[in-house]
Write a protein of this length. Structure first.
Length: 142
């Protein structure tokens, strides 16, 4: 699956960027069983919400652009705000700003995927309808 391959590759790049091995990375983000990270990096498993949640709550989240990790947008590193800039506080309804950010990115990525699937499905349906009209025309002409 292409998308799984792309995110697996980004996670592999991330581990290289951080200068750790897969085993250390897995332990650093809170996995007792390092096979989970090995399976994700090797494309055998998709990273889950739990994976991203663990990552966001790890020491690495301050250095890494989560949007790059999830969607491949931007650069691997976080861009720091210039001194004196104050960012707007997150809405209080969320348990933590990091969790809400990850949830938003995951929802955005899933929404885009669903939209692509719907568009593709609609195109296929339109082609089927066009074929049916052609068949009806042929039947009427005979």
């Amino acid at each position: 699956m292409k998308e799984n391959t792309e995110i697996s590759e980004r996670i592999k790049q991330l581990i290289d960027f951080l200068g750790v091995n897969k085993n250390q990375f897995a332990k650093d983000i809170g996995y007792d069983r390092t096979q989970t990270v090995y399976d994700i990096v090797n494309g055998k498993a998709k990273p889950s919400f739990d994976f991203f949640n663990r990552f966001i709550n790890s020491e690495y989240s301050e250095r890494v652009n989560v949007e790059w990790l999830i969607a491949g947008k931007g650069s691997i590193t976080n861009k720091k705000e210039p001194v004196g800039m104050v960012s707007e506080p997150p809405p209080e309804k969320y348990a933590s700003p990091k969790e809400s950010y990850v949830e938003s990115l995951l929802i955005l990525a899933l929404t885009e995927k669903v939209e692509r699937n719907i568009s593709s499905h609609l195109t296929n349906l339109q082609e089927q309808i066009d074929d049916l009209y052609k068949q009806i025309s042929l039947v009427k002409s005979h």
